[in-house]
Design a protein around this ligand. Sequence first.
Ligand code: SF4
Length: 368
Amino acid sequence: MRQYDGILSDIARKVNQGNSPSFDEIVYMYDSAPISDLGSMARSIADDLTGKQVSFVSNMIMNYTNICNVRCKFCAFYRTGSEDDAYTLSLDQVVDRVRHFYETFGIKQLLIQGGVNSELPLDYYLTLFNTLHEKFPDLGIHGLSTSELSFISKKEKMSIPELLSKLREAGLETIPGAGAEIFSDEVRKILRRPIGSGKEWLSIMEEAHKLGIRTSATMMFGHVEESRHKAEHLLSLLELQKKYHGFMSFTPWNFEPGNTQLERENLVKYRAGGEEVLRNIAIARIVFNKHLPIIQSSWLTNGVQMGQMAIMYGANDWGGTIYDEKVIPATGKMVGNLRKEIIIESVKQIGMIPVERDNMYRAIRNYN
Ligand code: SF4
């Protein structure tokens, strides 16, 4: 690892010993550290963990309903239910769409999540997962945000472990990290997320990890948060990860203000710039070090070229091909889908080795 000056050299020493930076050191990395030094340190950690390999998954995102009773100020996707474009997909509609992408693109992961829809009973999810699992047995179901899980458990008067066990029995394999945003209530209040929902996210993930259900972790930045909130967020994830090692990956994704209440209220006018995106990737890599080996590039919000840059700044998973996603387009940002050939080419263009994986991060094919 190259030599750094001042605080960064202390951080590099800790990282070399397999430890993580302190709260103050993380805030320093956000506020003052040179981005090129962060990138170099982060890439060197990624090299030690996975070498030149960059994994990706052929997947689709299925947003089965846009009706939601939470109504976050950062969300352009939700509808209250009375609008013309409010929808909830039936079992047959979901199965037909999945079949199309399964047969055409050989998808290996189905990321299924939607709004918190008060009308849907637990049976809707159990029947859906059972049917999908039966029809597409090698498709990993990566489903339901903590907001959806929390609502279903309350509606059904069922504990989270009991609910998770039932969903797993029906075919749920892993849980996505959506809903984490920034854990601090100070920030969540402005985002109009329920107070305490950050702690709840961590507690639902902990229950899942205790049951042996692996999950993803995320952080949404580039809105009203400060560096201290992000430092706190990363350290909370790290603490939980050290207990159960249940997080398979971490994705820092930047807020898209288009068509959101935060934009309408002038609280956020512009999306984060490229420097901030790369800083977040590099800091996450340095903080999580060997404890959480996979950092995703989040090309979906940043585009292919930034996806490549993210790899150079310490990410080691491209993410998915993402067919049929509805949440980002609702902000007015059109990113399209990626055929896996484009991911393979994009990874090769930066001198790395693309490796196709499944939902559980098991390698399927190396494209060296
Ligand atoms: S982010 Fe999720 S919980 Fe919040 S309003 Fe949108 S769909 Fe609902």
